[in-house]
Design a protein around this ligand. Sequence first.
Ligand SMILES: Cc1ncc(COP(=O)(O)O)c(C=O)c1O
Length: 358
Amino acid sequence: MSKPHSRAWVREAVRIIEADANRSADTHLHVFPLPPEWGIDLYLKDESVHPTGSLKHRLARSLILYGLVNGHIGPDTVLVEASSGSTAVSEAYFARMLGLRFVTVVPRRTSKEKIALIEFYGGECHYVDSAPAMYPEAERLAAECNGHYLDQFTYAERATDWRGNNNIAESVFAQMRAERHPVPSWIVVGAGTGGTSATFGRYVRYKRHTTKICVVDPENSSFYGAWETGAPDYATGMPSRIEGIGRPRCEPSFVPGVIDEMFQVPDAGSLAAIRLLRDRTGHWAGGSTGTNLYGAFQLISRMLADGQAGSVVTLLCDGGERYANTYYSDEWLGEQGIDLAPYRARFDEFLLTGRFDA
Ligand SMILES: Cc1ncc(COP(=O)(O)O)c(C=O)c1O
């Protein structure tokens, strides 16, 4: 057990992180155009405009503040994580701001774009052969180098303040206040750690809103099975093709008790949806945003069939520029055997008639 770190250093570290938050404006809430006569409005919370380009900017800030206030992080602490994605990019940004070394354990096959982004913010990548090996290796590395394992999968649900404190849910409800349906009928999100769905689910219950939470899950992921069976140790052992969401095992920060509904979404559907989003709104987004949109369309077509008016909010989780050589490359789609055309036809049918056969 290490001695408490210098309080003066911790005070200054918290000031620096809070100052960064104070310099940042809130992320936008965009409207996705639907036929007005439907009486249903669809919104996208654009988390790609955070300084580090994704919703993980919020989580990284919370995890590092959580480590600081718990006495786990001091002036010589090496910060360690198990992430090849958005979380590592954002954690590297904050580590550099505090003058701390940041090492993330990543699978050897991680895209060079992601590695470059982590290194751009001063992070170091430590390679392992397989995804499941990331967690024990991060533990070992942290123990070996006087480090602190930030461990997003365990602490995401604990480090984020679900009561408010400018969390993503409080921001959405504040930005919906002047809309014709200010209290959404549904909020649709994916799950990587499960932290975002836990924050929304807890917030709407704490604020006594009638809003329901729907979590969308990509192919091969464990969350749907865990929610449906109630088995917290549910595991498929298979990786997801949609970056940021879907896990080989059900993660500790996944809180099924606050989730009202779940949908499994085909990868081709997710990737067709982000092309539709680009064509209809000009916004470029990553695959997990497509998974969100697909789920939102399913719920809206059901609301229409039930004659229910209202609003649906989902997330634009990260920018599409990171996926120029994958999701936005027809060559890559061909190699993956992914055909977008059938799903594009369903979306066009949905936006004309309101019918969406998922
Ligand atoms: C691009 C993207 N979308 C969605 C998510 C899911 O967020 P959460 O981890 O809060 O479940 C992640 C998480 O890593 C992500 O990177």
